[in-house]
Design a protein around this ligand. Structure first.
Ligand code: M6R
Length: 622
């Protein structure tokens, strides 16, 4: 969950590293720190709190060498072991001050390692698991003349002693011009420059310098100098990374005039949904997913589908279930990834497990997919991050084309995940022959209308912004929906919880009368996600009854309903109109007002919309 940057080259390492940390701050913002190699010295600066605290301290620092060093590492932290204080901020030094280490992940055997080191007389300066690594590296290098190769060898030996998940970067005061990295179950990517090289948790950290990246494999050590990138496994055998070109540029990772990344990402949704569909639909409306690497026979053999995911991605899975079962008639279950492997799910070779993840690094989802593979199921990843661990470990991958999502609250990832899931569902139906070509083409045509419809919703959000100002003082907001509107209600509540720190809950509207309706008090805001009256009239009529039930008990109803739906008018205290959309595809349009509502309420309450408290974008611990 932490962000990591390393640099060796001809520019000021401090400048490159701090710029990189700014782009990675979404990964964690409990503290930030840097270590720079300059004139044979290892210089350190670190501060609790957001990166701005560190930047302030650096601006006031008298250490001119900090700016002159050409190699360095930097870290932005999401605290696990040890509170978010200056002393627990990374980098962590060895006792002799020779080695500095930064780390993302959890070293599970750190207590034993720490006890051993303390028994040998090492004094610890922090409460972190990471600090063990600095002392272990120093022990490996004791008496060894400093060199890049010696540092890499020490890192390999230390990795052999570590259990858990880690990305580590280290520098040695006696090996100027080198940064060594290692990874197990945690992301690390190399940026290949000209006369300079980079290491980072993700490519956004170095995208303004190079778009050429190298994906590292599991259990690898990488050594970068200004002119070379050397990769080995933990035993020292030479290894290859996978070179790839990043197809977006630095502007995509900037706010572009918006106050918050989240607002920019909400506004990008028409484009990224179109991008995710592009190239995957043939001239006659057939689905073309050759890139997915599952043969037609593989797909014909599937007799059960599990979708595993967390948070917003889980909600995308819940929506997808309705479409996949409806189109393919294959049973589809959706599971929270963190629960999946603990309940012994029934899996075999004919089970398709779909792992949905924006970051591709979510540890709960990764562990669920590993469990599925152990049970011989096939795993298809739906992912936004090229080269990340989840697609790499899956049998097949369908990338969403969302571009970088920086705000911690997921928005455009959700809609692109829906688009990708719907493509998978239609592809399965097409390959298995359960839908005629013209039926698939008809749904495809509806899908292709989604970008324009989302755009239309975005153009009508002023009443939602006004409502947000009114709801900013509410103590609770409830969301109800039926069918695919139920996961939309869950998603609306999740957004509000994580951004506004308010009590918010989503319910299947039919469940209200079984308990939750007791929560309704005079004036309680209830956001009602109403399905189209066309197609499934019963569904619509039932929720209109549910709206009346909550209104009769004093609720203030905020009704999201499609244009022309007059039946809801008498029961809506505020009516938010969305374009007419077939029932299964409605989440593309009904989710958008809920995203805007949460962002605007959070802003009205004075919260940091992009970096809500206690959270991190990429959750790489279980
Ligand atoms: O990167 P992933 O899609 O695997 O992340 C899953 C969740 O952690 C994520 O969707 C989280 O719930 C968001 N912060 C919600 O806005």
């Amino acid at each position: 969950m932490c962000g990591i940057v390393g640099y060796v080259g001809t520019q000021s390492a401090l400048g490159v590293v701090v710029d990189g940390l700014r782009r990675l701050e979404y990964r964690g913002y409990d503290s930030a720190g840097v270590a720079v190699l300059a004139d044979g010295r290892l210089l350190l600066a670190k501060k609790a709190g957001k990166l701005s605290n560190l930047e302030k301290a650096l601006a006031e620092s008298a250490e001119a060498e900090l700016r002159s060093g050409l190699a360095g590492i930097g870290h932005t932290r999401w605290a696990t072991h040890g509170g978010p204080t200056d002393r627990n901020a990374h980098p962590h030094l060895s006792a002799d001050g020779r080695i500095a280490v930064i780390h993302n992940g959890i070293i599970e055997n750190f207590a034993r390692l720490r006890a051993q080191l303390q028994a040998e007389g090492v004094e610890f300066a922090s409460d972190t698991d990471t600090e063990c690594v600095s002392h272990l590296l120093a022990a490996e290098l004791a008496g060894v003349p400093g060199s890049p190769a010696a540092l890499a060898e020490a890192m390999r030996k230390v990795c052999g002693k570590l259990e858990g998940a880690f990305t580590l970067l280290a520098v040695d005061a006696q090996a100027p011009g080198a940064v060594v990295g290692a990874r197990r179950n945690s992301p690390l990517v190399v940026g290949r420059g000209v006369g300079e090289n980079f290491l980072a948790s993700d490519v956004s950290a170095f995208i303004e310098h190079t778009r050429e990246a190298v994906e590292l494999g599991q259990d690898q050590v990488v050594l970068i100098t200004a002119d070379a990138i050397e990769i080995t496994d933990f035993d020292g055998n030479p290894a290859q990374g996978r070179d790839y070109h990043v197809d977006w540029d630095a502007r995509a990772a900037e706010k572009g005039g918006y106050d918050w990344f989240m607002l920019k990402e909400i506004a990008e949704q028409p484009q990224v949904v179109a991008d995710t569909l592009r190239g995957r639909i043939g001239e006659t409306g057939e689905i073309m997913l050759d890139e997915v690497r599952l043969t037609d026979q593989d797909l014909r053999d599937v007799d059960k589908i599990f979708i595993v995911a967390c948070g917003t991605a889980y909600h995308a899975g819940l929506v997808a279930k309705y479409a996949i079962e409806h189109w393919t008639r294959i049973p589809c279950e959706v599971e929270l990834a963190s629960e999946f492997r603990y309940r012994d799910p029934v899996l075999d070779r004919s089970t398709l497990v779909v792992a949905i993840s924006q970051s591709g690094e979510t540890m709960d989802t990764l562990m669920a997919l590993r469990h599925a593979k152990e049970q011989k199921a096939r795993v298809l990843a739906i992912c936004n991050t090229n080269g990340s661990t989840i697609p790499r470990e899956s049998d097949a991958v369908l990338y969403t084309h969302g571009g970088p999502e920086i705000a911690v609250a997921s928005t455009k990832a959700f809609l692109t995940q829906l688009a990708a899931c719907f493509l998978v569902g239609l592809h399965l139906a097409q390959v298995r022959g359960v839908k005629y070509a013209d039926e698939v083409a008809a749904v495809v045509a509806q899908l292709q209308e989604m970008p324009d419809k989302i755009e239309k919703v975005l153009g009508t959000m002023d009443p939602v912004r006004e409502l947000a100002r009114e709801l900013a003082t509410a103590s609770t907001v409830l969301f109800i929906g039926r069918h695919v509107g139920y996961p939309v209600a869950l998603e609306g509540a999740l957004k509000l919880k994580e951004l506004a720190y308010m009590h918010a809950e989503g319910f299947a509207a039919g469940e209200l009368k079984h308990g939750p309706i007791a929560l309704i008090d005079h004036g309680t805001p209830v956001v009602c996600v109403v399905p189209s009256p066309a197609g499934r009239g019963v569904l619509h009529d039932k929720i209109v009854s549910n709206i009346q039930e909550v209104r009769a008990r004093g609720a203030r109803t905020i009704v999201i309903a499609e244009e022309g739906d007059e039946a809801v008018v008498p029961y809506a205290d505020l009516l938010v109109r969305v374009p007419r959309t077939p029932t299964l595809l409605a989440p593309f349009v009904t989710t958008v007002p809920l995203q805007v509502l949460a962002a605007e309420i959070a802003a009205s309450r004075g919260h940091d919309v992009d970096q809500p408290r206690n959270l991190a974008k990429s959750v790489t611990v279980e």
